[in-house]
Design a protein around this ligand. Structure first.
Ligand SMILES: [Mg+2]
Length: 239
């Protein structure tokens, strides 16, 4: 189970060693990411464009998982979805009704078009009794060249500042659900799996909750990454 941002990708570029890693684990991996902007088909094309061979069936994303969970639990729910156009399209395809007035649920994802009007609508809806959900807790994630890319958690903080403190249903790591889904696709035993990621608070915690060994990598530090690959190789040979 491999994290994406900060692990396989640094910004838009593959991390050092990422291609080697995917070659070594060919056929025995899934990417498990808190990405809440894309859908798997589109992300697979982007990864293939930078030389990382990952099929859409091998990509599990927090945004898509959150939308699917809501559509399963509350079919046809009225939802104010602050998200990318892609995730909004996906939500409609799952049968959710996207609307700004009187939604039952406010769901926030990484929304690059997050606006003052959207913030006001979300806070109003929550004060009116709508349930607040967030696709992933990340406040930011590493981009290329030392940048930090603002993520869903930062937008959630703005909403909570405006709505007041309310319970938040949170998807994505450190919740272990996506890891269970990954194991299901791999037909894998948690004891024989490892989670490779850069963030102990999300990747590490999720792995611990799922009973999976965690290998931390830091894409910005070549030596640590290479050392981690050696662990990976040992783990693989033990399978
Ligand atoms: Mg990461």
């Amino acid at each position: 189970l491999i994290d994406l941002d900060g692990t396989l990708l640094l910004g838009r570029r593959p991390a050092p060693g990422a291609k080697d890693l995917l070659t070594r684990v060919r056929g025995h991996f899934v990417v498990v990411s808190n990405d809440s902007e894309h859908v798997p088909s589109q992300l697979a094309r982007r990864l293939q464009g930078v030389g990382l061979a990952v099929g859409p069936d091998r990509i599990i994303l927090a945004g898509v998982c959150a939308v699917e969970a809501l559509a399963r639990e509350r079919p046809g729910a009225r939802i104010l979805l602050l998200a990318s156009p892609m995730l909004q399209r996906y939500a409609r395809r799952c049968g959710l009704q996207l609307q700004r007035t009187a939604p039952e649920v406010v769901m926030v994802a990484r929304d690059r078009n997050f606006s003052y009007a959207g913030l006001a609508a979300a806070a109003d809806a929550i004060r009116g009794g709508a349930q607040l959900m967030a696709t992933n807790p990340d406040v930011s994630h590493p981009g290329g060249d030392g940048q930090q890319i603002p993520d869903t958690g930062a937008l959630l903080a703005a909403i909570l500042a405006c709505s007041g403190s309310v319970p938040v249903r949170m998807f994505g790591k450190p919740d272990p659900q996506m890891l269970y889904e990954g194991l299901r696709r791999l037909e894998g035993d948690p004891r024989a799996a490892i989670m490779i990621g850069d963030n102990p608070a999300t990747d590490g915690q999720a792995a611990q909750r799922a009973g999976i060994q965690f290998v931390r990598v830091d894409g910005a530090m070549q030596s640590q990454w290479v050392a981690s690959l050696r662990v990976t190789e040992n783990e693989l040979s033990a399978l």
